[in-house]
Design a protein around this ligand. Structure first.
Ligand SMILES: [Zn+2]
Length: 123
Protein backbone atom coordinates (compact mmCIF):
# COMPACT_ATOMS: atom_id res chain seq x y z
CA UNK A 1 0.00 0.00 0.00
CA UNK A 2 2.83 2.39 0.75
CA UNK A 3 4.69 3.73 -2.27
CA UNK A 4 8.02 4.24 -0.59
CA UNK A 5 10.67 3.65 -3.20
CA UNK A 6 12.44 0.35 -3.04
CA UNK A 7 16.22 0.78 -3.09
CA UNK A 8 17.31 -0.95 -6.33
CA UNK A 9 13.98 -2.00 -7.85
CA UNK A 10 12.59 0.54 -10.22
CA UNK A 11 8.84 0.91 -10.53
CA UNK A 12 7.26 -0.07 -13.84
CA UNK A 13 5.17 2.74 -15.26
CA UNK A 14 2.56 1.89 -17.89
CA UNK A 15 4.44 3.76 -20.62
CA UNK A 16 7.48 1.50 -20.53
CA UNK A 17 8.71 -0.09 -23.71
CA UNK A 18 9.56 -3.77 -23.85
CA UNK A 19 12.01 -4.57 -26.61
CA UNK A 20 14.65 -7.10 -27.56
CA UNK A 21 18.30 -6.42 -28.27
CA UNK A 22 18.92 -6.74 -32.01
CA UNK A 23 22.18 -8.60 -31.32
CA UNK A 24 21.48 -11.06 -28.50
CA UNK A 25 17.64 -10.96 -28.38
CA UNK A 26 17.59 -10.29 -24.66
CA UNK A 27 14.39 -8.51 -23.63
CA UNK A 28 14.61 -5.20 -21.81
CA UNK A 29 12.14 -2.76 -20.33
CA UNK A 30 12.95 0.93 -20.74
CA UNK A 31 11.06 4.15 -20.20
CA UNK A 32 9.20 5.39 -23.28
CA UNK A 33 11.32 8.54 -23.15
CA UNK A 34 14.18 6.37 -24.48
CA UNK A 35 12.28 5.52 -27.68
CA UNK A 36 14.40 5.98 -30.78
CA UNK A 37 17.62 6.27 -28.82
CA UNK A 38 20.59 4.05 -29.33
CA UNK A 39 21.63 2.37 -26.17
CA UNK A 40 24.25 -0.18 -25.18
CA UNK A 41 22.82 -3.59 -24.37
CA UNK A 42 23.38 -4.57 -20.76
CA UNK A 43 23.90 -8.17 -21.77
CA UNK A 44 26.13 -8.13 -24.85
CA UNK A 45 27.25 -4.49 -24.81
CA UNK A 46 26.35 -3.86 -28.46
CA UNK A 47 24.50 -0.67 -29.35
CA UNK A 48 20.83 -1.29 -30.04
CA UNK A 49 18.07 1.17 -30.90
CA UNK A 50 15.06 1.39 -28.61
CA UNK A 51 11.91 1.10 -30.71
CA UNK A 52 8.95 3.41 -30.39
CA UNK A 53 6.20 2.32 -27.99
CA UNK A 54 4.14 -0.80 -28.66
CA UNK A 55 1.16 1.31 -29.71
CA UNK A 56 3.19 2.50 -32.71
CA UNK A 57 4.27 -1.05 -33.44
CA UNK A 58 0.63 -2.18 -33.36
CA UNK A 59 -0.40 0.64 -35.67
CA UNK A 60 2.50 -0.15 -37.97
CA UNK A 61 1.53 -3.83 -37.99
CA UNK A 62 -2.09 -2.98 -38.80
CA UNK A 63 -0.83 -0.90 -41.72
CA UNK A 64 1.38 -3.74 -42.92
CA UNK A 65 -1.49 -6.22 -42.58
CA UNK A 66 -3.85 -4.09 -44.65
CA UNK A 67 -1.06 -3.56 -47.21
CA UNK A 68 -0.51 -7.33 -47.40
CA UNK A 69 -4.27 -7.89 -47.72
CA UNK A 70 -4.33 -5.47 -50.66
CA UNK A 71 -1.39 -7.23 -52.28
CA UNK A 72 -3.10 -10.60 -51.78
CA UNK A 73 -6.30 -9.26 -53.33
CA UNK A 74 -4.37 -7.86 -56.30
CA UNK A 75 -2.48 -11.14 -56.64
CA UNK A 76 -5.72 -13.10 -56.54
CA UNK A 77 -7.32 -10.96 -59.26
CA UNK A 78 -4.26 -11.41 -61.49
CA UNK A 79 -4.43 -15.17 -60.91
CA UNK A 80 -8.09 -15.17 -61.91
CA UNK A 81 -7.25 -13.18 -65.05
CA UNK A 82 -4.40 -15.50 -66.09
CA UNK A 83 -6.49 -18.61 -65.32
CA UNK A 84 -9.16 -17.17 -67.63
CA UNK A 85 -6.59 -16.71 -70.43
CA UNK A 86 -5.33 -20.27 -69.95
CA UNK A 87 -8.88 -21.64 -70.13
CA UNK A 88 -9.67 -19.65 -73.28
CA UNK A 89 -6.47 -20.76 -74.95
CA UNK A 90 -7.01 -24.36 -73.88
CA UNK A 91 -10.39 -24.34 -75.62
CA UNK A 92 -8.83 -22.72 -78.70
CA UNK A 93 -5.97 -25.24 -78.64
CA UNK A 94 -8.46 -28.10 -78.50
CA UNK A 95 -10.31 -26.63 -81.53
CA UNK A 96 -7.07 -26.33 -83.51
CA UNK A 97 -6.13 -29.90 -82.63
CA UNK A 98 -9.54 -31.12 -83.90
CA UNK A 99 -9.13 -29.05 -87.06
CA UNK A 100 -5.64 -30.48 -87.60
CA UNK A 101 -6.99 -34.00 -87.13
CA UNK A 102 -9.76 -33.32 -89.68
CA UNK A 103 -7.18 -31.99 -92.15
CA UNK A 104 -4.97 -35.09 -91.69
CA UNK A 105 -7.93 -37.38 -92.34
CA UNK A 106 -8.84 -35.38 -95.43
CA UNK A 107 -5.24 -35.59 -96.68
CA UNK A 108 -5.24 -39.38 -96.28
CA UNK A 109 -8.55 -39.62 -98.12
CA UNK A 110 -7.27 -37.44 -100.99
CA UNK A 111 -4.01 -39.40 -101.20
CA UNK A 112 -5.92 -42.70 -101.28
CA UNK A 113 -8.12 -41.33 -104.04
CA UNK A 114 -5.11 -40.14 -106.02
CA UNK A 115 -3.28 -43.45 -105.55
CA UNK A 116 -6.36 -45.31 -106.83
CA UNK A 117 -6.52 -43.11 -109.95
CA UNK A 118 -2.76 -43.44 -110.62
CA UNK A 119 -3.05 -47.19 -110.20
CA UNK A 120 -5.90 -47.44 -112.72
CA UNK A 121 -3.97 -45.17 -115.16
CA UNK A 122 -0.89 -47.41 -114.98
CA UNK A 123 -2.84 -50.49 -115.98
ZN1 LIG B 1 22.44 -7.62 -26.58
Amino acid sequence: MSSTSAPAEKTVPTNDIIFSCSHCSTSFVVDSAAAGRTWNCQKCGNPTTVPHPTLDAATENAGKISDLQNQLKENESQRTEITGYINQHSIQLHRWQLRLQTLKERQEKLETEMAALKGSNAQ
